[in-house]
Write a protein that binds this ligand. Structure first.
Ligand SMILES: *[C@@H]1O[C@H](CO)[C@@H](O)[C@H](O)[C@H]1NC(C)=O
Ligand SMILES: *[C@@H]1O[C@H](CO)[C@@H](O)[C@H](O)[C@H]1NC(C)=O
Ligand SMILES: *[C@@H]1O[C@H](CO)[C@@H](O)[C@H](O)[C@H]1NC(C)=O
Ligand SMILES: *[C@@H]1O[C@H](CO)[C@@H](O)[C@H](O)[C@H]1NC(C)=O
Length: 209
């Protein structure tokens, strides 16, 4: 009995957990998303939300809605899931840019990455409105800031997409590492908890993880 149990445990833990350290008591999580992507839906709802519920005060989350894109001969962005994906990502970038706290940003992303996927499937501003943004401000952002926001996302996604080659890509504390990305997708709570437990200022014990 015990031996079988032990070997099951060992099979579930084939690698050692990545060593993540806090920086000034916090951990930065960077997530490259794209609107039409079901793996992004899963990561946000199954990994990021539980981690945020437990450890939001220690997290600093940044999103780059761009995904796997290329540019055609005229320099127009081509998105993985077509024109709706591009439009929704544009809305995501503006909404995230206009929201000034990470609770509201996550609430917004949960809305966009849950049925009925308002921006992507319905071309709707509903999620932006739900978190209190005005359509005027969004459309202003489309008209004035969007090229910069797109370029920032594009530049920030370049190396992570080369190294990780997956959407969503996840990096912690700006370290671009496939192993860390995979562990974050598998059990973000455990990864964050373990890192926080090594920082005595958090008061979190490894036994909590
Ligand atoms: C993490 O750090 C410990 C102790 O410094 C080391 O033994 C272990 O190999 C490291 N694990 C990884 C995945 O780097
Ligand atoms: C834990 O913290 C100590 C002291 O700050 C540091 O030297 C060590 O590398 C950290 N270990 C991991 C696994 O991050
Ligand atoms: C680039 O723009 C030209 C002129 O508007 C157009 O004829 C051509 O089809 C465009 N190429 C692509 C790949 O969209
Ligand atoms: C993105 O990178 C390009 C090429 O290096 C650079 O010209 C551009 O200014 C960058 N955009 C932003 C917003 O940093």
């Amino acid at each position: 009995m015990d031996k079988i149990f032990l070997s099951i445990i060992l099979c579930l833990l084939p690698f050692s957990l990545a060593n993540i350290s806090t920086v000034d008591g916090k951990i930065k999580i960077t997530i490259g998303t794209t609107a039409g992507c079901s793996d992004t839906v899963r990561f946000i709802n199954q990994q990021l939300v539980p981690a945020f519920e437990l450890y939001s005060e220690y997290l600093n989350i940044e999103y780059f809605p761009l995904g796997r894109t290329r540019r055609d001969d005229n320099g127009t962005l081509i998105c993985q899931f077509g024109v709706n994906d591009c439009w929704a990502n544009r809305l995501h970038r503006c909404a995230l840019h206009l929201l000034d706290n990470q609770e509201a940003q996550l609430e917004y992303m949960i809305c966009e990455f849950s049925s009925p996927y308002p921006a992507f499937l319905q071309n709707s501003y509903q999620c932006a409105e739900n978190v209190g943004l005005s359509i005027n401000n969004i459309e202003n952002c489309f008209a004035t800031d969007n090229n910069d926001l797109e370029s920032i996302s594009e530049n920030a996604s370049l190396i992570p997409m080369q190294v990780i080659n997956f959407v969503p890509f996840i990096t912690l504390n700006d370290v671009i590492d496939l192993d860390v990305h995979n562990q974050a997708r598998q059990d973000l709570v455990k990864l964050i908890c373990t890192a926080l437990s090594n920082d005595s200022s958090t008061g979190i014990s490894i036994n909590d993880c």
